[in-house]
Design a protein around this ligand. Structure first.
Ligand code: SAM
Length: 233
């Protein structure tokens, strides 16, 4: 999979060279490229923002650098078969990013992620991007961040770990929170007693049927307690 990210703070993404994703980049499973939006500006100050039409606080990202960036990146498909890219703009006004969204994006061959800053990107950029690929405005949750970088990193990590070969043991992807609409059960490791707290007996029993039943009950119980909205969906 090829992922092109456009940001005015490319060094935000340095952390994606670490751990499993870093390894996937080194082995070529994920071709992640971070681009500086200012490279598509034409003036001496490398300007990416301007005042909003209609007035109001803050600045808006200018459409011209975004247009040039998208033109260049959308035509850099990883393969003939890949077709048009999926162009993602992190936005608090977008659809909420879920595990199902991550699974959907993990099927794509080319993702372009455009990180907004200030009051956001000139609205016409989204319309124009739709002529180059499928556009998705995606929110990390119902709160406002300073920029799209943190949201982009969260999405890249959630999508990246679903790409075959990124996580060493694919079985560990199956029994996770949100994979079957429930939260995961609690996990324990050695020692069996720590600071007077014992691991539940059933996990030491060797009875795989009983362990599976206990874990399922745990999943339902904690989902009901912590995220009842998931049970009513
Ligand atoms: N004025 C915008 C609004 O009210 O919808 C918020 C702009 S925010 C300060 C700047 C950028 O941060 C956005 O363009 C977006 O890229 C990113 N951002 C902020 N909150 C986000 C969220 N919850 N999910 C994804 N991206 C977010």
């Amino acid at each position: 999979m090829k992922i092109d990210v456009v940001s005015i703070f490319p060094s935000y993404f340095d952390g994606l060279s670490l751990s499993l994703l870093g390894k996937a980049r080194a082995t070529g499973i994920v071709d992640l490229r971070i681009h500086d939006l200012r490279d598509w500006t034409g003036d001496r100050h490398r300007t990416v923002d301007d005042t909003p039409y209609g007035g109001g606080a803050g600045m808006v990202m200018k459409p011209e650098p975004w247009g040039l960036a998208l033109d260049e990146l959308a035509s850099s498909s990883p393969s003939e078969a890949a077709g048009a890219p999926t162009i993602i703009f992190p936005s608090p006004a977008g659809e909420v990013f879920r595990q199902s969204t991550a699974r959907e994006f993990a099927q794509r061959e080319h993702l372009i992620i455009g990180c907004g800053r200030y009051e956001g990107i000139d609205e016409r950029v989204f319309e124009y991007a739709a002529t180059l690929g499928e556009v998705r405005l995606v929110s990390l949750g119902d709160y406002v961040l300073n920029g799209g970088e943190v949201a982009a990193m969260a999405m890249i990590e959630a999508v990246g770990r679903l790409i075959p070969g990124v996580v060493g043991n694919p079985a560990s992807l199956v029994e996770e929170s949100h994979e079957d609409g429930l939260l995961e059960y609690g996990s324990y490791t050695k020692p069996s007693v720590w600071r007077d707290r014992a691991v539940p007996d059933v996990l030491l029993s060797g009875n795989h049927g009983a362990i599976a039943t206990w874990r399922r009950e745990q999943q339902i119980e904690r989902t009901r307690a912590r995220r009842p909205d998931l049970l009513s969906d």
